[in-house]
Design a protein around this ligand. Structure first.
Ligand SMILES: NC(=O)c1ccc[n+]([C@@H]2O[C@H](COP(=O)([O-])OP(=O)(O)OC[C@H]3O[C@@H](n4cnc5c(N)ncnc54)[C@H](OP(=O)(O)O)[C@@H]3O)[C@@H](O)[C@H]2O)c1
Length: 280
C-alpha cells in the first residue's frame, strides 16, 4: 500500500499535492490539534482562509511540526471585504502574520463578488504578491468562465487554479473542460458534499462495497481520478486517516461511468452560485 500523494503541476512551474486538508468551520483553538493530526496522517497541503478565523491555529500547527516548511503547502485566501488592490496587499500581510509565515504557497481570491466589481484590481494585487515572493502561486475560487477570461484579458496572467464547489452531484464538467484547455487546475471544495446525502448514495455505496472502501474514500478517489485537486475536511481522527487512505482506492472505468450518471445539473449545487453571490 503506497500513500504517496500525486503532485499536479501549475502553469507557473510550481506544483501542488492533489490531496489536501481543508479547515473551514474548524475553530482556531482546535485547528492546531487537527492540522497536527492531518500532518501526522501524511497530509502536507492545508487549505485555510482569512474568513475561517483559524489562520493562527494553522500557524501554530506549522510551528509545532517537525516537517520542514518547504515540504508543506499552505493556501489562504483574501476575503470579500478585503478586495481591491491596496486592501488585498494589506490583507495578505495580515494573513502571513497570523500564519507566522514568510510566504504562502497559494493565495486565492475567495469569491468573485461580481457586484462589488473589484476582482480585477484584486487579481493585480495577487500578481504583485507573487512578484514580491509573498505568494509562490496565485489563483482564484468561485470564478466563472467569463471572469477567468476577463482576468486574462486585463492582465495577461491566468490563475493557476480555480477552487469551486465540486462533487459527483455537481461535477462542473463545463468549467473543468474550459480550465483544462487553458492550463488552469480545478480544485474541489465541499468535495464530500459537506458529508450529506452524497455519502449514502446507493450507486456510491455499491462501488464502495466492491472496493472494500468507505463512500467518502470512493468520492475522494473519484476527484483524484478525474484530475481535481481535493481538500476534504474532517475533525474526526479516524476520518482524517480514512480520507488520506483514499489514495489506495483505484476506480475502474465502470465505476467512473456509474459516478458520471450522478450529475444532477444545477440542482446538485449545495452552496451559493458564484455568478450571483455577493456577501460581505
Ligand atoms: N473557497 C471556498 O469558497 C470554499 C467553500 C467551502 C469549502 N472550502 C474548502 O473546502 C474544504 C472542504 O469542504 P467542506 O468543509 O465544505 O466539506 P466536505 O469536505 O465536503 O465535508 C466535510 C464534512 O464531511 C464530514 N466527513 C469528512 N470525512 C468524512 C468521512 N470519511 N465519512 C463521513 N463524513 C465525513 C465532516 O465531518 P467531521 O469534520 O465531523 O468529521 C464534515 O461534516 C473546506 O474545509 C475549505 O477548506 C472552500
Amino acid at each position: 500500500m503506497t500513500q504517496t500523494v500525486p503532485e499536479l503541476k501549475f502553469h507557473d512551474g510550481n506544483s501542488i499535492d492533489q490531496l489536501g486538508y481543508g479547515v473551514w468551520q474548524v475553530p482556531d483553538a482546535e485547528a492546531e490539534i487537527v492540522v497536527g493530526k492531518a500532518i501526522d496522517a501524511g497530509y502536507r497541503h492545508i487549505d485555510t482562509a482569512r474568513i475561517y478565523g483559524n489562520e493562527e491555529g494553522v500557524g501554530r500547527a506549522i510551528a509545532a511540526t517537525d516537517v520542514p516548511r518547504e515540504e508543506l503547502f499552505i493556501t489562504t485566501k483574501v476575503w470579500n471585504s478585503d478586495q481591491g488592490y491596496e486592501k488585498t496587499l494589506l490583507a495578505a500581510d495580515a494573513s502571513l502574520e497570523r500564519l507566522g509565515l514568510e510566504y504562502v504557497d497559494l493565495y486565492l481570491i475567495h469569491w468573485l463578488q461580481p457586484k462589488r466589481g473589484t476582482y480585477v484590481d484584486t487579481w493585480k494585487a495577487l500578481i504583485q504578491l507573487q512578484k514580491d515572493g509573498k505568494a509562490k502561486s496565485i489563483g482564484v475560487c468561485n470564478f466563472t468562465i467569463e471572469a477567468l477570461e476577463e482576468l486574462y484579458a486585463e492582465t495577461g496572467v491566468r490563475p493557476v487554479i480555480n477552487q469551486v464547489e465540486t462533487h459527483p452531484y455537481f461535477p462542473q464538467n463545463e468549467l473543468r473542460a474550459y480550465e483544462a484547455e487553458h492550463g488552469i487546475l480545478h480544485e474541489s471544495w465541499s468535495p464530500l458534499g459537506q458529508g450529506g446525502d452524497l455519502l449514502t448514495d446507493p450507486v456510491l455505496v455499491k462501488i464502495a462495497e466492491k472496493h472494500n472502501a468507505s463512500v467518502a474514500q470512493v468520492v475522494i478517489a473519484w476527484h483524484l481520478a478525474v484530475g481535481n485537486v481535493v481538500i476534504p475536511k474532517s475533525v474526526t481522527d479516524s476520518r482524517i486517516i480514512e480520507n488520506f487512505a483514499s489514495l489506495n482506492v483505484t476506480l475502474d472505468d465502470e465505476d467512473l461511468a456509474a459516478i458520471a450518471t450522478l450529475d444532477r445539473g444545477p440542482e446538485g449545487r449545495i452552496a451559493a452560485d458564484p455568478a450571483t453571490a455577493d456577501f460581505a
